[in-house]
Ligand binder design. Structure first.
Ligand code: FAD
Length: 509
């Protein structure tokens, strides 16, 4: 394999690969260097519990990326030609209750209105108004913002900014009144692991609920891994390559320009035209000579934000929830009260545990994608402090935490009895950080930047101020999630700066 390419991309997470694939589509020769022995980062699918049981080790739901033209317009033909397939689940998500009917959201506004109206007609109508407003103008503004482009001036941009500046909690409390409905919308608004108590999260209730109503619990066929695999297939088809076991430790500068990278084993790779760093932005200032003020500032103000905790189960049978008087399986289900979530988040920010009524996501991808296992691959996801009682999490701490989550969940569903659990594996913030160098602090979403009381999830620009060096990945705008936005945004910046015109391979926004 050549050690020289037009562009070197560091990190084969879905963002690095998205960036690489767009650049290859524009006829640049691209080489991707990945630290681990396989591609995918937090979109990997692995046999975590038993042989033959394929679990998504991190992300399962690819909802956010459905609005990205990468998928929405199939700009790189990943769906048509490179084997990527998505399943829209129905129900979109279920909110079980102890001994009572679950509230169900469908990938359909009218049917969801009918479900919510069983609790409160006023709230069901408020849901319609919220989604109408989103679809009428806020959604397009959001697409510009996510793409790092300035939205057109006008009423919708002003309304978007006014909404964004508020907290998700304030918006939900003002819009909905019934506790069951508030619980569901608050749970959904937290799906990207941003504290709903903080100003700057006001668009999340509308953006996330609208996504679930359009795309359900969007499940990648074959597992989360099918996204990076499709991107690699596209890249190779366009002359690009990926090298694994190649952790980059140094970005090489000559004069004002970044001209390549060096890996931990001393190999040097040269880039004729650009280097794109999908490694963690917190570390970049230490890996490049003469870092700019901007890179130093990014290093200084980065914080892990909320860390996550996952439990993977191999189950004999599908767990079921009470829906319309019958016990039925579902891909996605949510537990926990708003007050429980606020207490959990506040405690986690102080380094403490509060599991009174935690936000708990329960995923069973095998309901719609049965080939992944001979039974059910089931997952819990929740929040946990970065460190347990002030020290790194040990296996015994993680196991005890997982047992408390099981005890909390059990009364809400059938199928979590010991007799149905074949195997259980926990992932604490400490083990998540060890699994992927991009999960610093156990944060699953690239963490966040905190400046003058403001918090923003991804660094503002893909440009670093060093000629030829760009940023992608979840530490760059608009932050974490399987969105592909940081990847596409970086590709746009590279192509525009090289005078190749990003509009040859991607639409605006
Ligand atoms: C448990 C968990 C559950 C999640 N669930 C969801 C979900 O359901 N839906 C959702 O949208 N999001 C979810 N997320 C978040 C989402 O998975 C991530 O935000 C997203 O995958 C990040 O993608 P990325 O390409 O930016 O980075 P990553 O996937 O982290 O990839 C970065 C890659 O770069 C490599 N790398 C880093 N540094 C170097 C270096 N110096 N040299 C070479 N290679 C390097 C890493 O090894 C890695 O492969 C979840 C995350 C976690 C942890």
């Amino acid at each position: 394999m050549s050690t020289t390419a037009d562009v070197i991309v560091v990190g084969a997470g879905h963002n690095g690969l998205t960036c690489a694939a767009y650049l290859a589509e524009a006829r640049l020769e691209v080489l991707v260097l990945e630290a681990r022995e396989f591609v995918g980062g937090n979109t990997a699918t692995e046999e975590l519990t038993l042989p033959g049981w394929r679990h998504d080790s991190c992300s399962s739901a690819h909802v956010v990326i459905q609005s990205n033209p990468l998928i929405a317009r199939d700009e790189l033909l990943l769906l048509e030609r490179y084997g990527l397939g998505y399943i829209v689940s129905d129900p979109a998500v279920v909110f079980p209750s102890t001994g009572e009917e679950s509230l169900v959201f469908h990938p359909d506004l009218v049917r969801t209105h009918e479900r919510v109206a069983r609790y409160s007609l006023a709230d069901a109508d408020a849901l319609i108004s919220m989604i109408d407003e989103w679809e009428s103008g806020l959604r397009v503004t959001h697409a510009y913002v996510q793409s790092g482009l300035t939205p057109p001036d006008g009423e919708w941009s002003e309304r978007y900014e006014a909404l964004r500046q508020r907290s998700a909690r304030d918006v939900i409390e003002e819009t909905f009144t019934h506790p069951v409905v508030r619980r569901a919308v608050t749970w959904l608004a937290f799906a990207t692991i941003q504290s709903p108590l903080r100003a700057g999260t006001g668009v999340l209730p509308a953006s996330i609920v609208a996504g679930r109503l359009r795309f359900g619990w969007t499940t990648p066929k074959g597992g989360s891994q099918s996204l990076p695999d499709a991107l690699v297939a596209h890249l190779r088809d366009h002359g690009g390559s990926v090298l694994v076991d190649a952790p980059v430790v140094r970005y090489v500068r000559e004069g004002d320009r970044c001209v390549g990278v060096r890996t931990a084993d001393g190999r040097e790779f040269r880039a004729r035209r650009a280097v794109v760093a999908g490694s963690h932005l917190r570390e970049l200032a230490d890996q490049v000579a003469d870092p700019t003020e901007d890179l130093l500032h990014a290093r200084e103000i980065w914080r892990p934000g909320l860390s996550v905790f996952a439990v993977h189960f191999a189950l004999r049978e599908h767990p079921t929830y009470l829906i319309d008087g019958e016990w039925r399986p579902a891909v996605g289900a949510g537990l926990g009260s708003p007050e429980g979530l606020f207490a959990q988040v506040t405690a986690a920010e102080r380094g403490e545990v509060d599991l009174t009524s935690p936000w708990l996501l329960m995923v069973n991808s095998t309901v719609v994608d049965p080939d992944r296992a001979p039974g059910a691959v089931f997952k819990f996801l929740t929040v946990a402090p970065e460190r347990f009682e002030g020290r790194p999490w040990r296996d015994a701490d993680a196991d005890a935490y997982a047992s408390r989550l099981v005890e909390f969940a059990r009364p809400h569903l059938r199928g979590l009895e010991e007799s149905n659990i074949l195997c259980r594996v926990t992932e604490s913030p400490t083990s998540l950080a060890e699994r992927n160098p991009a999960n610093l602090g156990g944060s699953c979403h690239g963490g966040q930047f905190e400046e003058s009381g403001q918090v923003f999830p991804g660094w503002r620009s893909p440009r670093t101020g060093i000629e030829g060096l760009y940023l992608t990945g979840s530490t760059s705008h608009p932050g974490g999630s399987v969105s592909g936005r940081p990847g596409r945004n970086a590709a746009r910046a590279v192509l525009d700066d090289l005078g190749l015109g990003a509009d040859t391979v991607m639409a605006r926004p």
